[in-house]
Design a binder for this molecule. Structure first.
Ligand code: NAD
Ligand code: DAU
Length: 351
């Protein structure tokens, strides 16, 4: 039995990853270390909380004595570092928690990994480290790192520490850079769940600027499959792009959500709003990201496709439909994870 330390496992991707691992691998134990910030919710893992191969520890990845104790007492084989402050708009309001967790926390984990000789350290990073593209071109793993917003800068800094620890001390680090994830259990501050929640509640759908920015959408289950492959068979010291090959303008994504809602649950939406069509709820607002708003991300994922045989399995039409259905049937989850803090944040960004 191998023990994995998954950090940030009560968040969106981490909770999907833990569920995937426990189902896919009978010989794996998971210790989930999570601070439970506003974005971490144990209800994301309700269905597996009694699994004897799963242990939850509430704590901070920057807490060196805790991390060292866990690596020693739990005999950790591999670390998968999902824990992060992950929302760009929050980093524009205040970068300091991003620096503390994304950089300082990663450093604490790397030091502990070095001391205890873990066999694998998978750093979950992002395509945002590359910066922004115009309408042409894609990012390769060798493209220069050029982050534009504070969140992306802290993720890039964490990556550079990972690289340096691999080179200097031989800590067996692998980095994944994925594009925008969507799917169940995503905190409703991100584009897709925010729009679904607002539309279901008959609230405005706030699109930044003209909604022309392009994101490359990847279903979270496909990202989990990719991370699992990298964990098992990835090459130490390497970086792997994990892209959905599914570029969409923001306005198209929101229009599609509206159309799904309109065709499948128009009565429910109409009942909670004066608007007959969710499309009428779309509002174009001043862009809170300003000049820091990256125009387009697109990834070349040939490395993971060719060397590990990965490719996305869930198309955007099906994935978005099932995601809308999930939020529709999990409205209690959505309302429970939103705290008073979320209302304050919403006021600050959307007015
Ligand atoms: P999330 O915000 O949903 O979850 C983050 C989790 O980390 C939460 O459970 C939170 O409580 C925990 N956490 C935060 N600070 C911590 C600390 N100091 N110690 C321990 N736990 C802490 O984020 P997500 O969307 O699931 O993203 C997970 C990872 O994937 C992040 O590293 C993010 O940068 C990266 N990523 C996300 C996306 C995406 O589209 N969501 C895409 C590429 C990369
Ligand atoms: O690309 C990977 C990154 O994707 C991850 O590293 C980040 O952790 C994750 O949050 C995500 O960042 P984005 O900024 O791309 O995602 P977000 O869902 O916040 O926004 C997607 C696009 O939608 C972006 O162009 C901004 C726009 N947007 C977002 C919100 C929340 C709106 O127009 N209106 C909104 O209300």
């Amino acid at each position: 039995m191998r023990t994995l330390l998954v950090t940030g496992g009560a968040g969106f991707i981490g909770s999907n990853f833990i569920r995937h691992m426990l189902i896919a691998h009978a010989d794996v134990r998971v210790v989930n270390l999570d601070k439970l910030t506003y974005a971490g919710n144990l209800s994301n893992l309700k269905d597996i909380e009694d699994d004897p191969r799963y242990t939850f520890v509430r704590g901070d990845i920057s807490d060196r004595s805790l991390v060292n104790r866990l690596l020693r007492d739990e005999d950790v084989h591999s670390i998968l570092n999902f824990a992060a402050e992950s929302h760009v708009d929050r980093s524009v309001l205040d970068a300091s928690p991003f620096v503390t967790t994304n950089i300082g926390g990663t450093l604490a984990l790397l030091d502990a990994a070095r001391e205890h000789g873990v066999h694998r350290f998978v750093q979950i990073s992002t395509d945002e480290v590359y910066g922004s593209l115009d309408s042409e071109g894609v990012f390769h793993e060798e493209s220069p790192i050029s982050p534009n917003n504070p969140y992306a800068a802290t993720k890039a800094a964490a990556e550079l520490l990972c690289r340096a620890y691999y080179r200097t001390y031989g800590v067996p680090v692998i980095i994944t850079r994925s594009s925008n994830n969507y799917g169940p259990y995503q905190f409703p501050e991100k584009l897709i769940p925010l729009m679904i929640r607002n539309a279901l509640g008959g609230k405005p759908l706030p699109i930044y600027g003209e909604g022309k920015q392009v994101r490359d959408w990847l279903h979270v289950k496909d990202n989990c499959l990719a991370i699992d492959l990298v964990r098992e068979r990835g090459e130490g010291g390497s970086v792997y792009n994990i892209g959905g090959s599914c570029e969409k303008e923001n306005i198209e994504v929101v229009e599609r959500i509206c159309s799904i809602l309109e065709s499948t649950m128009v009565k429910e939406v109409a009942a909670s709003s004066d608007h007959l069509s969710p499309h009428d709820l779309i509002e174009f607002i001043d862009d809170p990201r300003g000049a820091a708003h990256d125009f387009r991300y697109a990834l070349d994922s040939s490395r993971i496709r060719e060397s590990l045989g990965w490719s996305p399995t869930i198309g955007f039409a099906d994935g978005l439909k099932s995601t809308v259905a999930w939020y529709r049937t999990h409205r209690e989850w959505t309302e429970n994870v939103i705290s008073g803090e979320y209302q304050e944040y919403y006021e600050k960004v959307y007015g």
